[in-house]
Design a protein around this ligand. Structure first.
Ligand code: AMP
Length: 492
């Protein structure tokens, strides 16, 4: 099938040809004719399938007739995150090169003033995150009664992020007669309920999960302890020993862990950036740009922050946590092994992760092999101190560290930290934490690593210390006399 058969306007077809696309993807081939015929569409497709163009291309064609009126956008696209909204705007820039359309982006972290001015002039396409859209609406600067076409994108992610009440409110503000395009990667019952409520006699188009069938991805499980410091040590070892690692995304389940892990990786000299919901817009864009350009080859992210981002294929995905939703595993590993290229996905599995792992293996229909010992085979005593390959021991260039049956060359720098030789993961010398610390600081740290896990657990729950955090006060060493009960006299 060719783009010419879909009914798109000449201007759009020229832009598509200029973008270098020769044929539509399955979601585009199925959805575009229906959108052009003004039908409601329920699209079940995940990112990477070309779904953004499946709605932007026909929208551009439809918008060629008619014109925008002040404060009354003609079309509205709702996106769960600012990055996704910005990505959709990029699509309009790219495919709308032959059009003179006005596109406005309403996202948090950007001043209201410029956004207001644009809306007041009149926009053809309004791309917004739900919260910011409602903020504008409440300020009285925006009227949604002129919306002819509404796109609700990444609906299941909207649900995860708690945006459904906002979406329901917005849908009540747009005309009942509008055309609606509704996209979701999955269709849990709550999303089906919304689709039933928002869509009128929709055409359902569904494309296969790309990742579940991609045989170009080598998937492996890696047994680790359940403590954060053990997981971090396991991850570092994996990164250092990975073959052909060009760039990688490290996924965490919680945004708090994204920040902690990012700091830890930086401390250990890895060129890493983070992406989580608490960062401001500027920081998120800057992080993404440095990852895309290759300046920072490691991206630590949560599912929510990374969802749908158009990031070029990565060579590796590391699941720092086993995802709670099996579908997220499919999304995560789909970041690698794209377009027939090979990729690797490693998932850290600790005690307590068995249930989530079983759900993933059921969904993808195959067991994932272990790299090294399985969780059941992993020696109970194996902890971070052993994994670290005797941090602080052995000096000089060219020391070899054994890692899961593979030999990995590591070299020593001025500090006593092992260095990976993967060029993409160069460790930055300007990191202050790479300076050797005085012996009195390092000593308690090694002591801590050798202690019982329960004890570490207690400490960690209070401070979430990494092994490299400076010791505060007496550290773990509390002299016995301080623990003796002190008799207190009652005051009459
Ligand atoms: P999406 O699923 O919308 O995030 O798109 C994923 C990637 O596919 C984007 O980088 C698009 O530029 C690209 N793309 C979209 N449509 C096509 C097509 N028909 N042929 C080749 N690449 C495409």
């Amino acid at each position: 099938m060719s783009f010419a058969e879909l009914g798109l306007s000449d201007k759009v077809q020229q832009a598509v040809a200029a973008a270098g696309y020769t044929e539509p993807t399955p979601i585009q081939a199925q959805a575009i004719p229906h959108v052009l015929a003004r039908r409601d569409v329920l699209g079940i497709a995940q990112t990477g399938t070309g779904k953004t163009a499946a709605f932007t291309l026909p929208m551009l064609t439809l918008l060629e007739t008619g014109r925008a009126r002040a404060r009354m956008p003609r079309t509205l696209i709702l996106e769960p995150t600012r990055e996704l909204a910005a990505q959709v705007e990029d699509n309009f820039d790219k495919y709308g090169i032959n059009h003179r359309l006005s596109v406005a982006l309403l996202i948090g972290g950007v001043s209201f003033g410029d956004q207001d001015a644009k809306i007041t002039r009149g926009v053809d396409v309004l791309i917004a995150t739900p919260g910011r859209l409602l903020d504008h609406f409440e300020r009285g600067k925006l009227l949604l009664t002129g919306v002819e076409l509404l796109v609700i994108d990444e609906a299941d992610r909207m649900l995860d992020m708690g945006f459904i009440p906002d979406i329901e409110r917005i849908v009540k503000l747009v005309p009942f007669t509008r055309q609606t395009l509704f996209f979701s990667a999955t269709m849990p019952p709550e999303i089906q309920r919304l689709a039933d409520a928002f869509l009128h006699n929709p055409v359902k188009v569904e494309v296969a999960r790309a990742a579940s069938t991609a045989t170009t991805i080598t998937q492996r499980l890696v047994a680790t302890g359940s403590q954060d410091f053990e997981k971090r040590a396991t991850l570092r070892e994996l990164i250092r020993s990975a073959t052909d690692l060009q760039n990688a995304i490290v996924f965490c389940n919680r945004k708090r862990d994204v920040a902690v892990l990012h700091r830890s990786l930086q401390k250990h000299g890895f060129a890493a950036v983070a992406l989580h919901g608490d960062m401001d817009q500027h920081a998120r864009m800057a992080a993404l740009d440095s990852f895309r350009s290759g300046e920072m080859p490691l991206l630590v992210a949560s599912d929510v922050a990374a969802r749908g981002l158009d990031i070029p294929a990565v060579s590796h995905v590391f699941n720092y946590d086993v995802p709670h939703h099996a579908e997220d595993y499919v999304h995560r590993i789909g970041r690698t092994g794209r377009a027939g290229r090979s990729g690797a996905a490693f998932t850290l599995v600790g005690p307590g992760d068995e249930k989530s792992l079983a759900a993933i293996e059921k969904l993808i229909g195959q067991p994932i092999p272990w790299e090294g010992p399985s969780l059941a085979e992993r020696p109970a005593s194996e902890g971070a101190s052993r994994r670290r390959g005797g941090r602080g021991e052995g000096r000089g260039e060219g020391r070899e560290e054994r890692s899961r049956g593979r030999k990995v060359k590591v070299r020593r720098s001025g500090s006593d930290e092992p260095k990976a030789e993967a060029p993409a993961l160069r460790e930055r010398d300007e990191q202050p934490s790479r300076k050797p610390r005085p012996e009195r600081e390092r000593q308690p740290e090694r002591d801590r690593q050798d202690r019982q896990p329960e004890r570490d657990n207690r400490r960690r729950s209070r401070h979430d210390n990494d092994s490299d955090a400076p010791v505060v006060g007496l550290g773990d060493h509390v002299p016995a006399f301080l623990l003796r009960p002190v008799p207190v006299k009652k005051v009459k």
